[in-house]
Design a protein around this ligand. Structure first.
Ligand code: CO
Length: 134
């Protein structure tokens, strides 16, 4: 039985959030559904709804945030995939039981009032994974 119930969001790291929003609006007609600064992560995000999922545009709010470092190293592009789960703690435990690396040892608050945990890209096929519980 799969633990992942749906793709919650695909996150794209961008240098200029306004320009990225304008690109999605002008090119694909997407409107911003939700916008939030997550100060603990040093990011501002804009969520654009695509069916029941989101495109999440992410830009750093300070130079020492992980997203700022990511942009410096790799430039703009795909940052992580957020999968919806029914039980974030259980899903995270399953990753750890499998001997895989995690970034968050325990679930924590995410944006939109969600509960989230990140799985390390090393050991996850090179993709940063976010487990999202609504
Ligand atoms: Co995310």
């Amino acid at each position: 039985m799969t633990v992942l119930t749906e793709i919650d969001h695909v996150a794209i790291a961008v240098n200029d959030l306004e320009a990225a929003i304008a690109y999605y609006r002008d090119t694909f007609g997407c409107e911003v559904d939700h916008r939030e600064v997550v100060e603990s992560d040093g990011v501002e995000e804009a969520l654009l709804k695509v069916a029941d999922s989101y495109v999440q545009l992410l830009s750093p709010t300070r130079d020492d945030s992980p997203v700022a470092k990511y942009l410096e190293k790799r430039g703009e592009g795909l940052h992580h995939v957020g999968y919806r789960v029914d039980d974030c703690a259980a899903a995270l435990e399953r990753v750890k039981q499998g001997g895989h690396r995690v970034i968050d040892e325990a679930p924590r608050p995410g944006s939109r009032g969600t509960t989230v945990a990140f799985v390390h890209p090393k050991g996850a096929l090179g993709t940063l994974i976010e487990l999202v519980q609504e």
